[in-house]
Write a protein of this length. Structure first.
Length: 318
């Protein structure tokens, strides 16, 4: 009877087996993303709010700015929103911080930075997603932001992502070793250097040729190191998206992440009860509840309200 039961189970397992169309082991980029996002959800108490400003007049001003622009000199909505968000961050610097918290000892500190280095996910021509650190965005005009983003995209497309990510991974491993994380270091080395999951990087002449490319023409670990805050333009990834981002991860040790959605034509009720159509742009703001409370975001929201109510101001930022 036992043999008959085991035979039946094997028959059921074979019938229920799913056809696998692809089995791909994680590359180094996916390893790093998986590690960082896992740490995010395991350690950070996320609090998330949405903010939906009307951008009807802002879009009109953007059109005026770009009236005589070429494709190379055009100021995109992405660049305008980055500049607006930078103004919000300046008004609310605490969201531009890193946290260090020891739960066992219940000790923590929040370091707030003057420089605004924006970690910005970018889609490369290969279809890969790469988060670039846009350094010193706090003192750039919109034109300078546009040029910096274009330069980063150009250099990213000239770069071998495995090589860049491996540089960052090795640097993180060394820093972990200095902090006494020996077990973590050993596990990472085993995971990246052995078996089917071994990370493939350049070697021999190919490696020499790649590193002979001047650093100003390719990405280095400086370009993808941790920023002070993350801003993701999800609306540029899916332009026909009719909804809002409901949650997003905060990458430690950052304390805040912001997602920009896609513009949406919606009915808008006026204070006199009349209804018209206009454009809104959903934003999602996630913050680390260990470091921030909703009240801490008030200066940020107030500054954005001020800008969206008077969008002509962005002409001064070109």
């Amino acid at each position: 009877m036992t043999n008959e039961i085991q035979s039946d189970r094997r028959f059921i397992d074979m019938k229920n087996e799913k056809k696998i169309i692809k089995n791909e082991h994680f590359g180094i980029a996916r390893k790093i993303v998986s590690n960082m996002t896992s740490e995010s959800w395991e350690t950070i108490p996320h609090a998330v709010v949405s903010y939906e400003p009307e951008v009807t007049e802002l879009l009109k001003v953007m059109k005026e700015i770009n009236k005589d622009a070429t494709p190379e000199t055009k100021i995109t909505l992405n660049t305008i929103m980055l500049r607006i968000l930078v103004e919000g961050i300046k008004a609310c610097p605490v969201i531009n911080s890193h946290i260090n918290f020891n739960r066992k000892l219940v000790r923590g500190e929040v370091k707030t930075f003057e420089e605004i280095d924006i970690s910005m996910p970018m889609i490369l021509k290969t279809g890969e997603m790469m988060t670039i650190n846009m350094h010193n965005m706090h003192n750039k005009t919109m034109s300078e932001m546009r040029d910096a983003i274009a330069d980063s995209a150009k250099r990213a497309n000239n770069s071998d992502m495995n090589e860049v990510m491996f540089e960052v991974s090795m640097d993180n491993t060394i820093q972990g070793l200095k902090k006494g994380k020996i077990a973590q270091t050993v596990c990472r080395l085993i995971g990246s250097k052995t078996g089917k999951h071994k990370v493939k990087t350049l070697g021999g002449q190919a490696k020499k040729d790649y590193y002979s490319i001047p650093e100003k023409e390719r990405l280095t670990k400086h370009d993808i190191e941790q920023g002070t805050i993350t801003i993701s333009n999800l609306g540029s990834v899916c332009r026909n998206w009719n909804g809002i981002c409901t949650i997003l991860e905060i990458i430690p040790p950052q304390v805040c992440a912001i997602a920009i959605g896609a513009t949406q034509l919606v009915p808008i009720a006026e204070t006199d009860g009349t209804v018209r159509t206009g454009y809104k742009l959903p934003l999602t703001i996630a913050f680390d509840h260990r470091a921030l409370d909703m009240g801490d975001l008030t200066p940020f929201i107030n500054k954005l309200n001020e800008i969206f109510a008077n969008p002509e101001i962005i002409k001064e930022w070109v």
